[in-house]
Design a protein around this ligand. Sequence first.
Ligand code: HEC
Length: 148
Amino acid sequence: MSRVLVPVVFSSLLISGLAFAGSDAIKQRQELMEETRDAAKVIGGMLRQKQPFDAAAAMAGLQVWKKTAMEAGDLFPEGSESGHDTEAKAEIWTDREGFNQKLTDFGTAVDAAIAANPDSLEALGAAAQPVFKTCKGCHEGYRVEKEE
Ligand code: HEC
């Protein structure tokens, strides 16, 4: 009897485990993207001169983006394609190579911005604009357009 039961229990645990992992990953990546946006607001606010340039705050924002670049790749596992109002497009799973390339482009731009260590508004603009382009570059193909 246990020979029959064990596989059944095991496989149903596995299935619910996967479903949990899926919605968990969606929440985690949405939170990560929210942090990413908060950093973008600080840096964007300086660039639009809505708040004074602050080199340390700018660098802190760039470091948040660095964290995004390092962590985002693991937060789109199989099984997390739907649910939780995800805005992730199916293309992430059908064209993983393309998605990974966009993530690499973002990480490369962030690394360059950190290396530039911007110490003026002009330098921050030169460092951050290429990063903003890569946010858009990924969202265009891999995130569902929504009214915000
Ligand atoms: C490699 C791809 C990629 C890059 C680069 C990227 N994003 Fe995203 N972003 C996504 C995807 C995919 C979602 C949808 C996630 C979901 O809902 O499951 C998303 C969602 C978001 C959201 C909505 C979060 C929520 O509450 O649901 C914001 C805000 C956001 N991104 C801002 C940014 C900003 C700002 C940058 C650049 C500094 C950036 N993203 C870079 C792919 C990317």
